[in-house]
Design a binder for this molecule. Sequence first.
Ligand code: SF4
Length: 290
Amino acid sequence: MEETVPEIITDVVSLGVSACIDRCPVRYNGRAFDELKVIGREVADFRLKPVCPECMAGMAVPRIPTRLTGRGEDVLDGTALVKDGHGRDRTAELVVGCEACIGALRRAQVEAVVLKEKSPSCGLFLTPVGTHRDRAATGSGLFGAMVRHEGWFTIPSTALNSPLSWRDWRRRLHAWLWLKRRDLASARDLYDAWHILKLVVQGTQRGEADAIGRSLAALPKRPAAEELAALRVRIAEGLMAPTRPARARNALWKAYAHAVKRGSWPAWTCTTSMSARRPTCAAPRAWRAR
Ligand code: SF4
């Protein structure tokens, strides 16, 4: 019988973070959050790289808060602006600050970034955008939009609201890292990877998971490299889609039941060897190299 080699993820992941959620008092009001505390001892599994785009833009602490007249992507397209409370245009400054932070994160070789949700700079999904009358509109902040273009795994700070939520995001981060390190040269490779990951994507985006499955089934025998790459991107994006606590809870129960049924529990668990300060994350049995 062919011997299987355990596929163990041992990398310490380089993780960019909004500085203000890691106790740096750089917010517009001079305050900070300690949102990473929910990670607990798992913090040793990451190399943290804090950045603050507004500080890198040369803005003072404390400062007059800014707002966006459109989504971060619209600012990048030139159809929206960053304005402060006095109505002054701060777009050019903030773009420079965001670019400086992107450069720092590239040099640090980050693979994932945790960003402060609702901020006009760092927000990912819930930043209030538009005029004061249009308060219901939400979208990405400017830095959030730029980080997403980099292709890193993006995590909103709301993932740190509870241990359950963090567990769900961390599980998806590991699935994403596993996919990223995978050589997917053929349709067969992609089918095999999807067979392993679909349960994770189904947990957050059932409709998209079904659509990806249909697209895979419709692939020709010898698909073009571009077709494979496009589907790979869809799977990767499905892994980092925002979710709700109830869905996260259901997804974790489903993963647990699945792992117990296959006899691979506690393989989904990630443990940290504190003496070596190195994480040991055992992949599920199905993830093991053949
Ligand atoms: S720009 Fe980002 S890191 Fe800086 S204070 Fe605002 S949310 Fe925090």
